[in-house]
Design a protein around this ligand. Structure first.
Ligand code: ZN
Ligand code: MN
Length: 489
């Protein structure tokens, strides 16, 4: 890729919905997809006189995420009211955290495209807050009015703010994928963008070297991006747009205030939106109805110790202990924790990490995707499949027969030996194969000469003859024995 005449500087602000049954300050359900306003109560619709009570599960999940993001976790954290008026915010304020957030100063390492080392994206802060409701503008349904659905009001959110450490639209996407994977592993959030459980805003500007020093274009906050792909596209568009503006206006950038622009998915452009209020406009003040939360250093240690192996650790272990390459390790880890567990068991049973990874990617995951099931519901347990792979590795079955056994087990269940019997695959005694190979080698001096001159392909004719004589022989084994015999001649 040609070097750009500028550096792209991006910081992200991500909101993820925590995987709790109930809302942050009341007992209402957080289940997605219920009819509008059926999951509300006086607390989350902001009736006067009601009192919020903090959801302990939400706080525990937030702590887990904070620990996994390598943050400095505060032992004392409090709630604040963020005041603004909007129809979907019935109380007129959002309960959030302002000056004493849950945690600060963390980081997440993300795989880098062209550098061998991961790239470290630093995190400014992570805090808990409640979600607002949703405005419904059903112009398509022929309605001129707007309606409000408060089912989402009060849903627990984690807000994660990064430093402007991201250097390309692709890296922004990779960061989001890695964050999603991490939070999925921790069972902190499902990060489902379609259901609104992950939302992202991006701040972007360009740093441009000039004879007078580095010029910076005004920071633009991009909103309304509905997929990771949209984030990447919107940022790529915005970088080019800012470069165009810079070239037109030259160095007379002056003091342009921060702008807010929305991504138009269909036109694939960003358009100006109303500019964001400064944080002083929110008139933050401490929430008087909630007590501050204290966390002991022992609790923080306990949470850190309970995280288990995270995606980055697992990738490393699969490469180091199971001999996988970066690509295979990535594919397995990105499938989620249960796929990794299936792999670990399978590799241990069959004794070959690479073979286990291949069978999972080519056979197991194909079925999992076709049937749209989770790997935990995959009908062949890793111990059984491991036995099949052992048979293939040991030469009892060749790969096509191994696949037939796999298909049989998929349909009928049972043990590998039962499948082998049902399919009529006879074991050929290795001594018998050896005798056959000796005969063939002796009878085909021309082929042997070709092989000796380096044309290993010529072996195909011996394998073909062997299969004609005994259809149950394993071609790989025949090849192996013939090579050995020829090498010893
Ligand atoms: Zn409620
Ligand atoms: Mn927020």
């Amino acid at each position: 890729m040609a070097a750009l005449p500028y550096t792209i500087v991006v910081g992200l602000e991500v909101h993820v919905q925590l995987l709790t049954e109930s809302k942050l300050f009341c007992g209402c359900s957080t289940k997605f997809g219920a009819p509008p306003n059926t999951q509300t109560c006086p607390v989350c619709i902001g009736m006067p006189g009601v009192l919020p009570v903090m959801n302990a599960k939400a706080f525990a999940l937030a702590l887990k995420a904070a620990a996994a993001l390598n943050c400095h976790i505060a032992t004392f954290t409090k709630w604040d009211r963020k005041n603004y008026y909007y129809p979907d915010l019935p109380k007129g304020y959002q309960i959030s955290q302002y000056d004493l957030p849950l945690c600060r100063d963390g980081w997440l390492d993300v795989p880098s495209e062209d550098e061998a080392e991961d790239r470290r994206i630093r995190i400014i802060r992570v805090h808990l807050e409640e979600d607002a409701g949703k405005s419904l503008h059903d112009e398509k349904a022929g309605r001129a009015d707007s309606r409000i659905d408060l089912n989402r009001a009060g849903t627990p959110l984690l807000e994660i703010v990064t430093y402007p450490d991201i250097r390309s639209p692709a890296e922004a996407k990779t960061f989001l994928q890695e964050l999603k994977l991490l939070l999925n592993y921790l069972e902190v959030s499902d990060c489902n963008m379609q259901e609104g459980s992950l939302r992202v805003d991006a701040n972007i500007n360009l740093h441009i070297p000039t004879p007078q020093g580095i010029a910076a274009t005004p920071i633009v906050e991009v909103k309304n991006m509905n997929s990771f792909r949209a984030v990447e596209k919107a940022l790529a568009y915005e970088a080019e747009r800012q470069w165009g503006v810079f070239q037109e206006t030259g160095r007379k950038l002056g003091e342009v205030p921060k702008q807010t622009r929305g991504w138009d998915e269909h036109a694939e452009v960003t358009r100006p939106q109303r500019s964001k209020e400064e944080s002083s406009d929110y008139r933050y003040f401490p929430e008087p109805d909630l007590v501050p939360v204290t966390v002991t250093p022992e609790e923080i240690e306990r949470v850190q110790a309970s995280l288990g192996e995270l995606p980055a650790d697992l990738r490393r272990r699969l490469r180091r202990d199971y001999g996988l390459n970066a690509y295979d390790a990535d594919v397995l880890v990105n499938q989620g924790r249960s796929t990794v567990h299936y792999f670990l068991r399978l590799a241990d049973v069959c004794g070959d990490g690479k073979a286990a990874a291949n069978w999972i990617q080519q056979d197991v995951l194909r079925v999992v995707h076709e049937r749209q099931i989770s790997i935990t519901d995959f009908p062949i347990p890793p111990d059984t499949l491991g036995e099949v792979i052992r048979m293939v590795r040991g030469g009892r079955l060749d790969t096509p027969k191994g696949r037939q056994v796999f298909a049989h087990l998929l349909q009928h269940g049972g043990r590998p030996q039962e499948a082998v019997d049902a399919l009529g695959f006879k074991d050929v005694d290795d001594a018998e194969v050896q005798a056959l190979c000796r005969e063939l080698v002796d009878a085909n001096p021309k082929v042997v000469a070709e092989v000796r001159s380096g044309k290993e392909k010529a072996l195909g004719s011996l394998v073909g003859q062997a299969k004609k004589r005994n259809p149950h022989v394993n071609p790989a084994r025949v090849k192996e024995i013939c090579l050995e015999l020829i090498a010893r001649m």
